[in-house]
Write a protein that binds this ligand. Sequence first.
Ligand SMILES: [Zn+2]
Length: 323
Amino acid sequence: MKLSTELITSNFLSMSARLGNDPLQVQGPGGNTSIKDEKIMWIKASGTELANAETESIFVAVDRIAANAQANGYGDGTCIDTVIDPEINLRPSIETTFHAALNHKVVVHTHSISTLTHVISNEGRDVAKNKLKDMPFIMVPYAKPGVPLTNEILARVNSDTKIILLQNHGLICCGETVEEVSNLIKEVETRLYLPPKNISHTPPNKIIDKAFSWTSESWMAQDKIVNSYITSGSFYPDHVVFLGSGLPVSDANGKTPVVLHEGEGVAIRSDTTNSQKAMLKCLSDIMCRLPKSWIPLTIGVNAEAELLNWDAEKYRQKLAAEK
Ligand SMILES: [Zn+2]
């Protein structure tokens, strides 16, 4: 099959890079974009960063029909064997199946902070439904990324759907042109905007292991309520993948990237990767926007275990650690 690289237009690449460079849209190697015709779909490769869309080859071409078949239960759901060029050593995103199954030319998936802040609580979900009620949107319950999430999406989507809110995960917007999807994202972001509260903190006094240093996210340990939320578990998949379950209060295994000292601060290990730093900032960006009356719900220990023992995520962690 001949590759039609002209599908990847400069405005598609610039939208991808713009979202990737905005920590309120995408953090580290999270989020993904795709553009397709009837036969071919270009999708972000697993472990790459949208921020590099204009400077590196981060997209991989897959056979759209074969990837769509995987969305519907054929094959292993990774879409690795749907990559068209056998020479390429990049894997398509873990989330390739829903991109292939959604019948729109351009599909964009972000881990938008304003969306995440709404979709991690029942109160926020109700507010989001109200704010978007005249738009073509659906809300999908949490499922493990990959085929389980694609199944939940396909069970609810209809031919009008262009906006998908993923509970405890993020946002998908789709349409026929890059401009249409960019405008949709802008409109959703405007409607779901929540102002950040002032997050100043007192510099911690506690002496900690010299492998660690205090972070500007230390305010979360000094706020009693936020402290209790973020030590209770994880609210979305990429937190688990890059920081583990919740925020641990001790460095039990000598490798913990981030440790929360209750009432004192949040400490980060000196060799922490940029992806891990981005995920810590993500948690702080959400917590400083969370209205007091919204009670965040974790994805639960079973969902965390599914992510931690998943080969596809181990591959993404490995690539991210090399950066
Ligand atoms: Zn995602």
